[in-house]
Design a binder for this molecule. Structure first.
Ligand code: HEC
Ligand code: HEC
Length: 270
């Protein structure tokens, strides 16, 4: 019987899901095999596959290099399904699912929908960076994901987006954000394009930006796999200057790498 079998050798997590259904199962057992038709539903899902392959420990192996252009297109299309964060994470994970399969088949990419508009519209961290960073962190150890994500963030602040041009469409005007914030990135683009922040044009710009960021993540992960990833981004002097006093070796009253003067006016010391 499926129910009894799943009680042995199932990984801990699956067992818990299973045990959560104990009530139903017990009822099923009590009233015999007729009842199992009902209770067996949930038990069966946990059973077969989960038992064969235990989900590996983090980080997962980036076992196959991805095609950055294929990833870019998936991300562009994905924007119109689940917005920016989802688009980038889903593009990379879909390619990993297609090329590597398990364990990447185990991630419900809909979980990345929250990152839309800088986290449910708060316009904080750009969703493309959020989704891309999650995948980088999934497949690289601690000493590697930091430098790669730092490079992604820095590159994002300095690059004029969008670069991606979907087949048969024209280029869009571009802008630099100087910031990883959705708020700054979107608003700076609206300034040069004269498009509304809630317009179709702005959505198309963000869809293309998804293509750009997803592609960049795939390129960097491929480079890392080849042992040739090299960080190029350095904190600008405007930041290191402010931080020489406000950072941890002196006043220690703030932290971060965002461009200070986008929000603060430089000041004289009394
Ligand atoms: C040479 C050291 C030094 C540098 C460099 C420096 N600060 Fe300060 N900052 C201070 C000190 C000391 C204070 C508090 C006393 C004061 O107001 O002069 C301060 C205060 C501030 C405050 C609190 C509000 C205020 O005006 O009192 C902000 C915000 C600030 N700094 C931002 C910056 C930024 C942004 C930069 C870089 C553009 C920067 N600081 C560079 C030393 C520095
Ligand atoms: C996205 C905008 C933004 C950026 C970028 C930013 N800050 Fe701030 N910072 C703020 C805000 C908002 C506050 C809170 C100010 C307040 O409540 O008075 C603040 C507070 C501070 C304070 C404390 C001010 C006080 O009154 O004591 C310091 C010092 C400071 N920031 C330094 C920096 C430095 C240095 C950088 C660059 C590494 C930086 N900030 C980047 C927005 C920003």
């Amino acid at each position: 019987m499926a129910v009894n079998k799943s009680d042995t050798g199932v990984p801990e997590l699956s067992r818990r899901t299973f045990l959560a259904d104990t009530g139903k199962v017990a009822l099923g057992l009590a009233i015999g095999s007729v009842g199992l038709g009902l209770a067996g539903c949930s038990a069966k899902t946990v059973d077969s596959k989960a038992k064969q392959e235990a989900v590996p420990a983090w980080p997962w192996t980036y076992a196959k290099k991805l095609d950055p252009n294929a990833v870019a297109k998936l991300a562009y299309d994905g924007f119109y399904q689940g917005a920016c964060c989802y688009a980038v994470a889903n593009a990379l994970l879909t390619e990993l699912k297609n090329k590597v399969g398990f364990p990447f088949t185990q991630i419900p990419t809909d979980m990345f929908r929250y990152g839309e508009g800088g986290v449910v519209g708060w316009a904080s961290l750009c969703g493309t960076l959020n989704g891309g960073s999650a995948v980088i962190c999934l497949v690289t150890p601690k000493e590697v994901y930091g430098p790669i994500i730092n490079e992604l963030m820095g590159w994002y602040t300095e690059t004029a987006f969008p670069l991606y041009v979907p087949e048969g469409k024209d280029k869009l005007v571009t802008s630099k954000s100087g910031s990883p914030l959705c708020h700054v990135s979107v608003t700076n683009w609206c300034k040069v394009s004269k498009a509304g922040a809630e317009s179709k044009e702005r959505a198309e710009r963000c869809a293309r930006l998804c293509g750009d960021v997803a592609k960049r993540v795939a390129e960097m992960l491929n480079d890392q796999a080849d042992g040739k990833f090299a960080a190029a981004y350095k904190d600008p002097e405007s930041v290191t200057g402010c931080m020489s006093c406000h950072g941890k070796t002196a006043m220690n009253n703030t932290r971060g790498k965002m461009t200070c003067v986008q929000c603060h006016t430089p000041h004289k010391i009394k």
